[in-house]
Design a protein around this ligand. Structure first.
Ligand SMILES: [Zn+2]
Ligand SMILES: [Zn+2]
Length: 144
């Protein structure tokens, strides 16, 4: 997939990113619910995200492995990124154009509130499955 442009609501933070694919994943974890005010809909972009001007990029360190980035002017949710720089998950609605994106995966499905459910056909993973995947990733990074 080619490079895409995006920005926050007020335009203080603009970026360019190259998604690994057009797949959109939704995270139902409790942290993403509070942070995004709903569900975090993200596109995995590896390390291929360039921010035009970081002056108004707010960074909240939410865990020992992840940062949550937002616009410190308008408050828009923008990116979740691995602190080791290996992966940036860009908020799908921050892209200027979402026409080439497809919603394919739901993670932390066991933390999804009962009040809603998506009808899309998706791959669903639990929090335990995600934590095992993250541990395997960190082990591999430490070994190399
Ligand atoms: Zn903004
Ligand atoms: Zn989450």
């Amino acid at each position: 997939m080619g490079e895409k442009t995006g920005q926050c609501l007020c335009g203080a933070v603009k970026f360019r990113a190259t998604p690994k694919s057009g797949d959109v994943g939704v995270c139902h974890c409790g942290m993403c619910q509070r942070w995004s005010g709903g569900v975090f809909m993200a596109v995995s972009c590896g390390d291929r995200v360039e921010i035009e001007d970081e002056t108004h990029l707010g960074v909240y360190v939410s865990s020992e492995w992840g940062d949550r980035c937002f616009c410190d002017v308008c408050g828009s949710t923008l990116f979740w990124r691995m602190r080791d720089g290996t992966n940036v998950a860009v908020a799908a609605p921050a892209f200027d154009d979402m026409a080439d994106l497809t919603f394919t995966e739901e993670i932390f499905i066991d933390e999804k509130p009962m009040m809603y459910a998506f009808v899309n056909e998706t791959i669903k993973r639990t929090g335990a499955e995600m934590r095992a995947q993250l541990e395997a990733h960190l082990k591999k990074e430490n070994a190399s």
